[in-house]
Design a protein around this ligand. Structure first.
Ligand code: SAH
Length: 379
């Protein structure tokens, strides 16, 4: 066979990581197999992290051969991985066509959090996020989203239901997860499924820049936790920082959050607020945030000190300012956490994820031009 022929056959095979439980059952039915066989294979894939059908010893020989011929377990390839001094670990994972995204593992004494990407690049253009400077290429498939967790779990020696190195997943990597709705929901259902990674709803968090209609839709289809990237509690400033605010202003966003809480009365929403020096870190900004949080009882604020990246015009707020901002919120009885910066020595902190994006927009070129102009002005 020529190489060409081999590739053609290989690409016709189905990647089993693209199916949630129901999808896998349907696929097995198409193969003329009983649905429980799908569940058996699912346990091999997600509990034992096995990608070779030959090793799935309790699956009959004939079925193994059938699987071999029609499908494969295809996680993304690790192009590069690196550990930080604080135990944080970052993977650069290769997708097809020269694209790559990043996933980050953040160990803490009582939990291990994996931060997962949802798109190659991002189209939202939030002004303080380095992913934005890369522009947007495409959505990740289900297998590319869940595959990030599969690769990390395998590397870390995670054993579902036994030795959980990954106790939490946050969809806070590259991309806007609600703009890749179906694939992200399917991947999160595999994170939640007992036959998948078996994580409770509180431990799988989707973070959005505020795609209002999709927040409503999400609450109808899956039980996960919600985080909203707020960064400013007045429309003028928020539109400047998060251009999506122009389409879905704060009032509408708060409305969607209130509907979410009505549907899920015992849950809370986390509001992420990245603190940038002199931009959104002043007492008046805290007052605006307090006022907004009054409309969202039991919700939390997560303060993130800004993480710098080359070419950004923003700076991190000073330690004193950050403390004062937090104290002001706490004094007003707003539950407020300060996110410790992790993994910044390997550029793995919030807003520093870049990957390799073959940009389909013009954003990367525009940003590069600005960078070069900036450099020549400075020279
Ligand atoms: N698009 C989604 C998922 C990305 S989450 C969202 O916006 O929620 C990444 C989180 O890190 C968001 O809260 C984002 O606002 C924040 N962030 C982005 N750039 C940052 C930076 N340079 N420093 C600190 N936090 C940043």
């Amino acid at each position: 066979m020529t190489d060409q022929a081999v590739t053609t056959i290989a690409t016709e095979k189905v990647n089993l990581l693209d199916f949630d439980r129901q999808g896998l059952r349907d696929f097995f039915a198409q193969l003329g197999e009983k649905p429980y066989r799908a569940e058996q294979v699912m346990k091999w894939i997600y509990h034992r992290l096995e990608d070779n059908f030959e090793n799935m010893t309790d699956v009959g020989k004939a079925l193994r051969a059938k699987l071999e011929a029609s499908c494969y377990v295809g996680p993304p390839k690790t192009l590069f991985d690196k550990g930080a001094a604080d135990g944080t670990h970052k993977w650069l994972l290769g997708m097809d066509g020269g694209n790559a995204v990043e996933a980050v593992y953040i160990p803490e004494p009582t939990r291990g959090t994996l931060c997962v990407s949802s798109q190659v690049g991002c189209g939202l253009n939030c002004q303080f996020c380095s992913t934005a400077t890369q522009g947007f290429n495409r959505n990740l498939s289900t297998s590319e989203v869940i595959g990030q967790m599969w690769v990390a779990a395998k590397y870390l020696g995670n054993v579902t239901h036994q030795n959980r190195r990954i106790t939490n997943v946050v969809m806070m990597g590259m991309g806007e997860p609600l703009l890749n709705f179906d694939n992200v929901v399917k991947a999160m259902s595999l994170m939640r499924d007992d036959l998948g990674f078996g994580l409770a709803s509180k431990r799988v968090t989707l973070s959005t820049a505020g795609m209002v209609p999709m927040i409503d839709k999400l609450s109808e289809v899956i039980d996960v936790s919600l985080a909203v990237s707020l960064h400013a509690a007045n429309d003028e400033l928020r539109t400047e920082l998060v251009p999506l605010n122009k389409r879905y202003p704060i009032d509408e966003l708060v409305g969607a959050c209130r509907r979410w809480l009505e549907r899920k009365p015992r849950t809370s929403i986390t509001f992420e607020y990245t603190l940038m020096k002199g931009v959104n870190d002043q007492p008046e900004h805290a007052r605006q945030l307090i006022k907004l949080m009054r409309r969202l009882p039991n919700c939390k604020v997560n303060l993130i000190p800004f993480n710098p990246f080359p070419g950004t015009r923003f700076e991190r707020s000073g330690a004193e300012t950050i403390r004062a901002f937090q104290t002001q919120l706490l004094n007003a009885n707003v539950l407020t956490m300060l996110r410790r910066t992790r993994g910044d020595d390997i550029d793995a902190a919030c807003g520093q994820l870049k990957g390799q994006v073959l940009d389909r927009t013009r954003r990367q070129a525009e940003f590069r031009k600005r960078l070069e102009e900036g450099a020549s002005h400075a020279a």
